[in-house]
Design a protein around this ligand. Structure first.
Ligand code: CU
Length: 186
């Protein structure tokens, strides 16, 4: 039983593993004369990871569109930070673009593109379907899909909506884990 409990704990806690923090530029930080393409090529960015930009007051970090990254335009940043230590979340898959808006810095190469990939553990797991019960040919089963009347849950109070959803997700996940365990234990 101890093994099953350990397994249960592992399965429950696995999705909550914290993401990796990538210090942009490594020990060089966010500065000039660093090739950030090379740096990024040596890193793997996964959803849930964070970027840490550390820099002096002559630099800033602008999150920009791909077009603005390409043209080094800082006139319309998605977000801008200049406090010397900026943490950027990588919440979803796809590319994110950053430039230093100080004049000439981006054109000099102070720009970063990261490609964020999905975490291994978060892809939806499709349980193997149960063995199909073959109906004898010649007698087509005409059972209509059962119509279960389920009353929708009462709407949560606005403001607690996200908490409500998280609770639902947790309960659902717990139910899935329990179901898997019982399937294993027979
Ligand atoms: Cu700069």
């Amino acid at each position: 039983m101890a093994i099953q409990i350990t397994l249960l704990i592992l399965m429950l806690t696995a999705p909550a593993v914290y993401g990796v923090q990538h210090t942009v530029g490594g020990t060089n930080g966010w500065t000039q004369s660093v090739n950030y393409d090379t740096w990024a090529a040596g890193e793997t960015f996964v959803v849930g990871d964070t970027l840490l930009f550390t820099y002096t007051s002559s630099h800033s970090v602008d999150t920009v569109s791909q077009a603005d990254y390409t043209s080094c335009s800082s006139t319309n940043p998605i977000s801008s930070n200049s406090d010397g230590s900026t943490t950027i979340d990588l919440p979803k898959t796809g590319s994110m673009y950053f430039i230093c808006p100080t004049a000439g810095h981006c054109l000099g190469g102070m720009k970063l593109q990261v490609n964020v990939i999905a975490a291994n553990g978060t892809s939806p797991t499709t349980p193997s379907p149960p063995p199909s019960t073959t109906t004898p040919s010649g007698t087509p089963s005409t059972t209509p899909p059962s119509t279960t009347v389920s009353s929708p849950p009462p709407p949560p109070p606005s403001g607690a909506a996200s908490i409500y959803c998280n609770m639902n997700n947790m309960l659902f996940g717990f139910a899935v884990v329990l179901g898997t365990m019982f399937a294993f234990m027979g």
